[in-house]
Design a protein around this ligand. Structure first.
Ligand code: ATP
Ligand code: MG
Length: 556
């Protein structure tokens, strides 16, 4: 890291730890529960943890936090792995499952019992809540807290052996029922749950609680800095208590940062599940969602997501990012990388009446004016072309510089043409636009210094590649906000998906493969849909349009 680079608050903590010899290395982890798809917020956590390991020459672990058998779903394990790999975070050979440590967690609980720091209680969940007190009132001692070490060891073993029904007994840490921090009022650390676990099967009928399990998982793996989100701040004293009482030689340290939220974007599992179940979206990877799978399918790059996460920064203060910032990042990333070809999304024919019927010319054009390395191509040109329907108006408003009767425009890379009129069907819909061209303006250059104000793109009709193009808007109605105040449902935008079935693309697009990304000249960035596109019928997703109102925030 260069000396001038500014540090975020986590890096400052790490610097201090290394300087003071608290740790001599940095070891981080990403610990998802396998109970849903990862979203853009998780990407921040992944890239933060992996990035720190990289910066300090340390290690990064991937760990499934699968200690809770009710919610986990093995299906998510594979999707989560694929998402993290795609983002470029490399756990090398360190892929772990918290459930592999159940034996060590059990031993840790026994150790606490032997130290007099844990006891078995027969209180019900409701009673425990009652005894716990509130923010203003201290808790009451558990009537079972006086059990002897021997009795506790015996009962805990019986819990493990399956002698008790779910909820009949729990193991509690003995800390302080009067603590101002409710998490420290003798928290439950083990519960009975007769459930089959996806990894350990029926080997266990007691399961550790998150606040007990997590610090142990970190300690076993030699994690130094255990980074989590702000809602765990009040749990940190318990985290520290667990690693201290278990006497780990180099206890890990919990550090909290603020979650990443996006304005007017849904990330909640519950809501997305409902959208999927009701068929409003096409699965968890529907390009209108912000799961990592959805962003990948839509055509976002890992680089753009990294850039976005860096732009958002790391802090302790909650803030809400703009989706427009993410769009800014993908435009920045693709503007020099993606070839710029011509594609007509809503086509209407343009016929050049003075162009020979049987002629086809090949016109040269650069593939990206910002990147010579992308080379050039030849584009076929002929008498019949397609143009965007909106590039012609029979009766134009002021400042409309595109095609209208009598007006001359430049066909990009080709010729100047002057509009002579149009043909309409019985409903008044334009079916053909007619024009004449000036052969002396080849290449789109003025032959005599005369100027045209409009330049439009086009695709030759007889060699056009047909494709479907999907245009997306926010699935949320931004004027109303995400949630309906009355019933808590989502305020959906009915126009979030527009499917254009008969788009016309220049031949350079032929053979485009899933995930290939392009700039459609004058329109935006598009990517080949990996799920629905075929060699016969290409399907493109609009990643982002070219227009932006987003202004990059000033960096200090
Ligand atoms: P759940 O409600 O199921 O706990 P979760 O989104 O917290 O959902 P986890 O699998 O527990 O999912 O999260 C894994 C890691 O990702 C945690 O360390 C968590 O703090 C972090 N994380 C989750 N959401 C965000 C977010 N919006 N921004 C940054 N980090 C996040
Ligand atoms: Mg969580």
């Amino acid at each position: 890291m260069s000396e001038t680079e500014s540090r975020n608050f986590i890096e400052s903590i790490i610097d201090k730890d290394l300087a003071e010899g608290v740790y001599d290395t940095v070891h981080t982890r990403f610990p998802p529960e396998p109970n849903g798809y990862l979203h853009i917020g998780h990407a921040k956590s992944i890239l933060l943890n992996y990035g720190l390991a990289q910066k300090y020459g340390g290690k990064f672990n991937m760990r499934f936090d699968d200690t809770n058998p009710t919610k986990e779903d093995i299906e998510f394990v594979e999707s989560i792995k694929a998402d993290i790999q795609w983002l470029g975070a490399d756990w090398e050979d360190r892929l772990f499952f918290a459930s592999d440590y159940f034996g060590q967690m059990y031993e840790a609980a026994v150790k606490l019992i032997k130290k007099g720091k844990a006891y078995v209680s027969d209180l019900t969940a409701e009673q425990i809540k009652e005894y716990r007190g509130s923010l203003t009132e201290p808790g009451k001692e558990d009537p079972f807290s006086g059990r002897s070490v021997e009795e506790n060891l015996q009962l805990f073993q019986e819990m493990k052996e399956g002698k008790y029904a779910d909820g009949e007994k729990v193991l509690r840490a003995r800390i302080d029922m009067a603590s101002p921090n409710i998490n420290m009022r003798d928290p439950v650390i083990y519960r009975v749950a007769h459930m089959t676990h996806h990894n350990t099967g029926d080997a266990w009928c007691i399961y550790p609680m998150y606040d007990f399990a997590h610090p142990i998982e970190d300690a076993i793996e030699g994690i130094t800095h255990s980074i989590c989100t702000l809602e765990f701040e009040d749990h940190r004293p318990l985290y520290d208590w667990v690693v201290r009482e278990l006497e780990y030689p180099q206890p890990p340290k919990q550090i909290e940062f603020a979650k990443l939220y996006l304005k007017n974007v849904v990330t909640g599992k519950r809501y997305i599940k409902k959208l999927v179940q009701e068929g409003i979206v096409d699965g968890w990877d529907d390009p209108r969602l912000v799961s990592i799978a959805a962003l990948r399918r839509r055509g976002f790059t890992p680089e753009s997501i990294r850039m976005f996460v860096e732009l958002c920064g790391v802090s302790k203060a909650n803030s809400i990012a703009d989706y427009a910032a993410l769009e800014y990042c993908i435009r920045e990333d693709l503007k020099a990388k993606a070839p710029r070809y011509m594609a007509i999304i809503d086509p209407v024919k343009l016929i050049i009446d003075n162009y020979p019927e049987d002629r086809t010319e090949m016109l040269p054009a650069g593939n990206n004016p910002e990147n010579e390395e992308l080379g050039s191509r030849e584009i076929p040109f002929g008498r019949e072309l397609y143009i965007e329907r909106e590039d012609f108006m029979e009766e134009p408003p002021k400042k409309y510089f595109r095609l209208f009767p009598g007006n001359e425009v430049r066909l990009m890379n080709a010729y100047f043409v002057t509009c002579t009129g149009c043909v309409k069907d019985e409903n008044g819909r334009v079916t053909e636009v007619h024009c004449t061209y000036d052969p002396a303006s080849k290449g789109g250059n003025s032959p005599d210094g005369r100027k045209v104000k409009g330049t439009i793109h086009w695709v030759a009709a007889d060699t056009a590649v047909s494709a479907e193009v999907r245009l997306y808007e926010n699935i949320i109605d931004e004027e109303k906000g995400v949630y309906n105040e009355e019933d808590g449902s989502l305020n959906l935008n009915p126009n979030s998906l527009t499917v254009m079935k008969d788009c016309k693309l220049e031949p350079a697009f032929a053979g485009a493969e899933p995930y290939d990304r392009f700039q459609f000249v004058r329109q935006g960035f598009f990517s080949v849909d990996p799920k629905d596109s075929t060699a016969e019928k290409l399907v493109f997703n609009r990643i982002v349009s070219l227009k932006s109102s987003y202004v990059l925030p000033k960096q200090d």
